[in-house]
Design a protein around this ligand. Sequence first.
Ligand code: CMP
Length: 138
Amino acid sequence: MSQRTFSIIKPDAVRNGDTGAILAEIAKAGFKIVSIKKMSISRQQAEGFYHVHAARPFFGELCEFMSSGPIFPMVLEKENAIADLRKLMGATDPAKAEVGTIRQKFAASIGENAIHGSDGEDTAAFEIGYFFAGVELK
Ligand code: CMP
């Protein structure tokens, strides 16, 4: 059964000019792009998105980085989309990411790791709703 997940091409990847190459990897892996847009978010909007990490020591740095430049939030669809995107992204720390994964190819550090992907169904529903209105998801 088809499933939707949420992803962000992060400011480091956009700055480095890797957006097109990352989208090509996503398309090659069989994902349909349901919706995508380019935008910048405020520090406060980043804090709302990452609220589950509010107590972590890296929270401030993470929200500063995510509001440091344009991003591409997107909604992706395929069978097993949530798990398959996480596999395609690779480990959070690019130094530990498998060869051929997006983070291994395009990310420099655990804090600036090129791409975000939802880690479960509830998270995906929250994250899609945080960035997209229903009319953008047909
Ligand atoms: P993401 O999948 O977007 O979800 C939470 C983010 O926090 C994660 O990617 C990392 O970019 C970031 N993160 C996780 N661990 C650390 C860490 N130890 N130091 C800095 N950032 C981190």
